[in-house]
Design a binder for this molecule. Structure first.
Ligand code: HEC
Length: 107
């Protein structure tokens, strides 16, 4: 009986835990090479392309969630290095990345 309760509980908890893990994995696989682990873009590409430091409070304030979502989905009109990800990621993954980028804001 206890076993069954534990199983049901782990099934209920799994999706949210998984979602958090997954967004971090997506960032590592598809974004980190240019934007860095922490969004500060202290990478070769980041320096070469002068990619913005996403942890900056001013950047976080200036960009709406819709702005960030659009940059990820459609890429940047100013720099083709920032490609459109709408065919590579699901809408839910893009939304999760917006949330993930919000967690990078400097404290
Ligand atoms: C090949 C390098 C590269 C990769 C990989 C990359 N980006 Fe970018 N990204 C850029 C560059 C360069 C810019 C700057 C574009 C500009 O100045 O308009 C940028 C800009 C952005 C912006 C907008 C910043 C602004 O101020 O408008 C967001 C948001 C963003 N990237 C998110 C992501 C996410 C999320 C991923 C992974 C799914 C990703 N990027 C992957 C190079 C990259």
């Amino acid at each position: 009986m206890m076993k069954r309760v534990a199983l049901v509980m782990s099934l209920c908890l799994a999706p949210s835990v998984y979602a958090e893990d997954e967004v971090a994995d997506v960032w590592k696989a598809k974004c980190k090479s240019c934007h860095g682990d922490d969004g500060k873009a202290q990478t070769k590409m980041g320096k070469k392309e002068s990619i913005v430091d996403m942890s900056q409070v001013a950047w976080q304030a200036a960009e709406s969630d819709a702005d960030i979502r659009q940059a990820i989905a459609d890429g940047s009109p100013r720099n083709t290095k920032m490609k459109a990800f709408k065919d590579k990621l699901t809408a839910a993954q893009i939304d999760a990345l917006v949330g993930y980028i919000r967690t990078m804001k400097a404290k």
